[in-house]
Design a protein around this ligand. Structure first.
Ligand code: ADP
Ligand code: MG
Ligand code: MG
Length: 888
């Protein structure tokens, strides 16, 4: 920002493009003033003034005069004077940074009221009203400007209202006067000073308190989590007070231009009669709906609806609005583009596009893969605000119900006995990982979205809420307490909503995701569909029309392939052949490796693989199906050495002599053990040792595909070779595969061509891509292994150890196994794409690692020019959406 940026601007001077200087609130107040909405007059002290204050530790010297000038203008416009005994001007002092930020100083209302000017306020709205304002001022000034803890005031109030407190609307003039006396006493006791009786001093000290609150510990913690720069500073808005607390014809409210929870196109809001400021949202009194306002104040209501419409058209988005009615007259006090639930995001974007308010491309950009992902998780059928215990950060989505436990060991023990548990901790650390894994959900009192609990829970797919500030956990006593006084005992049922960050008491009903159900179902019953389902379908449709990237699925069995196809997959980009050998079928590998029963074991493997491939090709008829040759290290299929050794020892102890066949098995298994299996005998290297094992899958694929052709179908099988480091390896593998294809067919005629490609998952493969391309019809980037081998970080061990520490301490901003590391791994991808394509212009290019389904990585894959991403079936819609957004 230029150094001569203004320190102060009146609302009439700014506009919404100036949020950096005026803060979000100030910029929108200026915009509404320009638009002619009924905004009380006022001015904004800019973020520039705040930055100056923060760097010099005192109010900029030019500011007091600027404030004086602005106040004079305000007094002229309002016809009232600050401190006037007959008709005083009161103002609100409101913080407002570029990004809305909890932890910053709150608003102080009714600033400027003094003993001397109180009679003037009585004249304006009566005695009860005036003393209510005074009570609020002393309380807010004491709490936010002087930093006195709320409990001191609550205690003082008890002397007047009794220990249970009382509905504020029932307080009479005598009560209010007594409260003012009590609260001023608190100020004197705690600070030695009374409420300043100079209105300007009240104002100046409030402004300085807002500046200083920029560096409050809570604000700093929040900024660090959200990656908001620490030196932006906040603006301060000073505006003339309007009063919602003058009686039954006044009130204050908040509303949205549409329903922010469902997206329904109808204004939604709450109104509270005879109330000021935050009364309407703090839940101390029952509010009425916006519809009821039409009966109470028909004129103000009609006017409000008109403004909502104007604002929505102006901002071309959902807006939220704070308003006040003073004796039937409407005032608008704030607006901004409103926060919305994931479901509402889809409904709003779709319907606004239908209405022509925004383009379909804009609609697509207003939703994202994370929102779709959360819509595809199970949700609570109905959340009940009355059961809400506490609220924190939505660290890992989902809806989970379980019994509260406070120790990870208890979680493990109870989970083993089949009990669903929710682990409640102050925070978690590396020793708690077993407990997290055993739990349906994790709730922590501290920590942000990158805390240990959040990172581990996301990695394991556990529901998680972190940073529940109102919760105090006593794990020794196995209880927790909320700041409202509710307690959680071990065994109490909790319902945890990882999508909203809410924790409820008791067991709420969980219902499967409507969106996932609808997208997977065969018949889209269009007219009976929920709005959110319609919106998701429509935006996905637009994404499909826009996207350049094809979306394929990783699927190993026919059921997954069918599901993926229903979800929109355009083929299979990765079938892991090892899945045809796991589970009960593992004995076949044992027979092959350990028992020298090769011929019959191979025949059985081939029979089973042929069945699997037939199912896959049938499910994906006319679409590509990429079969990857056997990849994992052999030991994954063999019995564990320890178990076998124990068995050998047991038999020996029992019979007095060793069982020779058992000892032989142990010897063979031992001989296949590797210290570093992920860098050892696996992938294409298996061909050098067990070529027959690899041939099995080629033969099965050829026979399955040729048979389907004879049935009149259109299978499109492809083969890919894993873990290749060198072109010579690939050439040998390809020769073997092609010979095997030819031999399998024998004299049988087949016009079906089977392309052979290579996985790029070693840095050397990426670097020698030009040479590899000579022998490959396509590249498929295996970004899991490529990340592992580029970073030298085990993808299987990193999650629970130092990687978590890196993420929680901020050494790493993102887990490279979750979000593609564009700087390092991404560079290798780009190098391979460039070198591969220049050697072979028609080279196919895709990615089949976990990153293929990660919303933030997809735009990278689009940018570097891949042809497709291939991800797990449930992520197919997310990838379609993100691929569409990347193309807009
Ligand atoms: P927040 O950023 O927490 O929303 P605000 O600055 O919007 O805080 O103020 C809190 C409440 O005070 C809001 O309900 C707002 O409408 C009310 N308020 C702020 N300024 C005025 C004013 N000049 N007259 C009446 N009410 C006001
Ligand atoms: Mg507000
Ligand atoms: Mg791999």
């Amino acid at each position: 920002m230029a150094h001569d940026a203004p320190l102060l601007m009146s609302f009439a001077e700014g506009d919404r493009s100036m949020a950096g200087l005026l803060g979000g609130k100030g910029a929108n107040l200026a915009e509404m003033t320009r638009m002619g909405l009924p905004v009380p007059a006022g001015f904004t002290i800019t973020t520039e003034a705040c930055r100056d204050y923060l760097s010099h530790g005192r109010i900029p010297t030019a500011l007091p005069d600027l404030v004086t000038g602005a106040l004079t203008r305000l007094e002229r416009e309002s016809g009232r004077r600050l401190g006037d005994a007959a008709d005083p001007l009161l103002v609100s002092v409101r913080s407002g940074a570029r990004f809305s930020m909890p932890g910053m100083m709150e608003t102080v209302l009714d600033v400027g009221l003094t003993d001397a000017s109180l009679p003037g306020l009585v004249a304006r709205g009566g005695e009860r009203f005036a003393w209510d304002c005074y009570r609020r001022l002393v309380l807010m000034y004491g709490r936010t400007v002087l930093g006195i803890d709320p409990a001191s005031f609550e205690k003082a109030a008890e002397a007047v209202t009794g220990p249970a407190g009382r509905d504020e609307s029932l307080l009479d003039v005598a009560d209010l006067k007594a409260l003012v006396t009590e609260f001023r006493q608190v100020l004197r006791e705690r600070t030695g000073d009374d409420l300043p009786q100079d209105p300007r001093e009240q104002l100046d000290r409030s402004i300085e308190a807002v500046f200083a609150s920029w560096n409050s510990p809570r604000a700093n913690v929040y900024r660090a989590h959200e990656g908001i720069a620490a030196d932006l500073g906040t603006a301060v808005n000073v505006m003339e007070m309007v009063y919602g607390n003058t009686g039954p014809r006044s009130g204050s409210g908040v509303c949205f231009t549409r329903d922010p929870a469902t997206g329904e196109a109808r204004p939604y809001g709450d109104y509270l009669r005879n109330a000021q400021g935050e009364d309407v949202v703090n839940g101390s009194r029952a509010t009425v709906s916006l519809a009821d306002l039409s009966d109470l104040e028909p004129t103000a209501y009609a006017e409000l609806l008109g403004h909502l419409d104007t604002l929505e058209h102006h901002y071309r988005d959902l807006c939220d609005v704070e308003f006040t009615v003073e004796n039937g007259r409407l005032w608008v006090l704030q607006t901004r583009v409103g926060k919305r639930s994931p479901a509402a995001a889809f409904v709003l974007a779709h319907e606004m596009a239908e209405e022509g308010l925004i383009s379909r491309d804009e609609a697509l950009l207003r939703v994202n893969g994370l929102q779709l992902e959360s819509l595809m998780h199970p949700q609570f059928a109905q959340t009940s605000e009355s059961r809400l215990l506490a609220e924190g950060l939505p660290a890992s989505p989902g809806a989970a119900v379980g019994e509260a436990v406070f120790e990870p060991a208890d979680a493990v023990r109870l989970a083993a006995a089949g009990t669903a548990v929710v682990l409640v901790r102050t925070e978690t650390s590396a020793e708690d990982v077993d407990g997290i894994l055993a739990s349906a959900a994790v709730v922590t009192a501290r920590g942000g979205l990158a805390s240990h609990a959040a990172v581990v829970a996301r990695g394991f797919g556990r529901t998680c809420v972190t940073g529940v500030m109102s919760l105090t956990v006593d794990s020794a006593a196995r209880t927790a307490r909320t700041s409202d006084g509710a307690t959680i005992q071990e065994g109490d049922l909790l319902s945890v909503d990882g999508t909203s960050g809410k924790v409820f008491a008791g067991a709420l009903a969980v219902r499967p995701s409507e969106v996932a159900g609808a997208l997977e179902s065969d018949d889209p019953a269009e007219d009976t569909e929920q709005p959110v389902v319609r919106a998701v379908r429509s935006l996905l449709g637009h994404a499909d029309a826009r996207r350049r990237l094809a979306v394929l699925a990783n699927a190993d069995v026919p059921a997954d392939a069918l599901r993926a196809r229903r979800l929109g997959a355009q083929g299979i980009g990765l079938c892991r052949t090892e899945h045809t050998l796991l589970g009960e079928r593992r004995v076949l590998v044992e027979r092959f490796v350990l028992d020298d029963d090769r011929v019959s074991a191979l025949a059985e493997m081939e029979r089973l693989a042929t069945e699997d491939f037939t199912g896959l090709l049938r499910a994906m008829d006319s679409l590509p199906v990429v079969i990857r040759l056997l990849d994992p290290p052999l030991h994954e299929f063999l019995p564990g050495v320890e178990a076998l050794a124990t068995e050998v020892a047991r038999v020996e102890a029992l019979d007095g002599e060793a069982d020779s066949s058992l000892t032989r098995r142990l010897r063979v298994v031992r001989s296949w053990q590797q210290v570093n299996p992920m860098l050892g005998l696996r992938g294409v290297r298996l061909l050098a040792v067990f070529p027959e094992l690899v041939d099995v899958h080629v033969r099965a694929l050829v026979n399955a595909a040729d048979a389907l052709v004879r049935e009149g179908l259109h299978p499109r099988p492809e083969i890919m070779v894993p873990l290749v480091a060198d072109a010579a390896e690939l050439r040998a593998a390809r020769t073997r595969v092609e010979q095997c294809i030819a031999r399998t067919r024998g004299t049988r005629a087949s016009s079906l061509h089977i392309p052979v490609g290579v996985m790029i998952e070693l840095p050397r493969a990426a670097l020698t891509a030009a040479a590899l391309a000579e022998h490959a019809d396509f590249f498929s980037f295996g970004t899991n292994d490529l990340t592992q081998t580029t970073w030298g970080v085990s993808r299987d061990d990193g999650q629970t150890g130092f990687l978590t520490a890196y993420l929680t301490s901020g050494v790493l901003a993102h887990d490279p196994f979750v979000r593609l590391d564009e700087t390092g791994v991404g560079e290798l991808v780009e190098v391979a794409v460039g070198r591969g394509r220049s050697a072979r212009p028609d080279l196919g290019l895709g990615v089949c690692g976990e990153h293929a389904g990660d919303p933030s990585s997809i735009s990278f894959f689009d940018r570097v020019g891949l042809d497709y991403v291939s991800c797990s079936a449930p992520r197919v819609p997310i990838a379609r959406l993100e691929a569409g957004r990347a193309a807009v």
